[in-house]
Design a protein around this ligand. Structure first.
Ligand code: KG4
Ligand code: ZN
Length: 339
């Protein structure tokens, strides 16, 4: 018998719902992105995000159920992101999920957003099984996670300061590309020389799998200021390509080393930054050299979506996880933390 999960995601600026069967088959995946709304302000405005979620959540859920081709009776459980994320935004999804669970008498399963990003890898790779190492890089998080089992996650490395996506967004703003910066740097970097400017790569001696991007970000800003003071016109594409390569080198070196040290033969990527075309290509090449299998989700499953919550929710559900109607949003929920 198949298990169908209705999943809801509202942790940041995407209102999303999906129906996923047996943790692998996506029957529907509806995403309402608020990105245009927040672009005006150069970043996500939490209050606006919450209001928009309230406006859209019912419609998105309805579409996900109707597009799945299933009836409400076929839905076995409701999975919802309860953290980490913006508290007001999370609360909208959590409240909607609780209302449906109550009204339709379905079990409720709270899901960790970051674990969802990691589990997105399962959707298009039916043979992928833990254990594996996963580099999760998004706008708010950069973590190296050892996925021991379908619902056992251990943080192996983390950023000391900025998340990788945050660094992309800040550098993009500094060279006038606008928000969100990741995709714009990705595109412009293709026209630049990644070796044009020697930006620093930070490796931590005391914690070999940790990251730091604030020094790199300052180095880029200093370079831009220096050019301005000397009235030299800098090449934007070279800045984008050289900055991007510095991020890619550190993410890849640490991930490959962690995978080998933990005895994994699989490395995966997840989160918004996993859409980066040069990062994917570089990691694929380095994994091949190191004898590691390499997987990443398609773009649609890298950005925030509810299908990934349906996958993680399925593995929680079959493991017996159930939440009561007192489930609350936990804005700082940790990876691997169960509440
Ligand atoms: O996972 P995500 O959609 O949202 C969070 O949970 O944060 O990640 C968004 C982040 C943004 O910082 C965005 O600039 C970055 O992912 N991003 C990229 C690319 N596409 C999105 N960074 C680098 N290259 C890309 N192609
Ligand atoms: Zn995310």
């Amino acid at each position: 018998m198949s298990i169908n999960i209705l999943a809801i995601e509202s942790s940041c600026d995407e209102t999303a719902a999906a129906v996923v069967t047996d943790g692998r088959v996506v029957r529907s995946n509806v995403i309402y992105s608020q990105i245009d709304l927040h672009t005006l302000y150069g970043g996500v405005v939490p209050e606006i995000a919450s209001r928009k979620h309230v406006e859209k959540v019912n419609q998105v859920i309805k579409s996900a159920v109707s597009e799945s081709g299933l009836d409400w009776e076929d839905i076995d459980a409701i999975a919802v992101t309860y953290g980490p994320g913006l508290v007001g935004a999370l609360l909208v999804g959590v409240s909607a999920a609780k209302a449906i669970a109550y009204a339709k008498k379905k079990p409720l399963v709270g899901v960790n957003h970051i674990e969802g990003h990691i589990m997105a890898n399962m959707i298009e790779h039916p043979d992928l099984k833990p254990p594996f190492m996963c580099m999760v890089a998004s706008g708010g998080h950069s973590h190296l996670v050892y996925v021991k089992n379908y619902n056992e996650f251990e943080i192996v490395g983390r950023t000391r300061d900025d998340a990788a996506g945050e660094a992309f967004d800040k550098v993009a703003r500094a060279i006038g590309l606008g928000y969100p910066g990741g995709p714009k740097i990705d595109k412009l970097a293709k026209e630049g020389n990644p070796e044009a400017i020697a930006f620093p790569r930070a490796y931590m001696e005391d914690a070999p799998y940790d990251f730091s991007f604030s020094g790199l970000k300052s180095a880029v800003l200093n370079y831009l200021n220096g050019c301005e003071m000397k009235h030299i016109e800098y090449n934007k594409a070279d800045v984008a390509a050289s900055f991007q390569q510095a991020v890619i080198d550190v993410l890849t070196d640490n991930s490959v080393r962690a995978a080998k040290d933990y005895g994994c033969n699989i490395l995966t990527l997840a989160g918004g930054v996993a859409s980066n075309t040069s990062l994917r290509a570089h990691m694929a090449k380095c994994c091949e050299k190191a004898g590691l299998a390499f997987f990443h989700p398609s773009g649609i499953y890298c950005t925030d979506n509810a299908a990934m919550i349906g996958v993680a929710g399925y593995y929680e559900y079959i493991n017996g996880t159930r939440h009561g109607l007192d489930l609350n949003a936990v804005p700082n929920l940790k990876i691997g933390e169960k509440r």
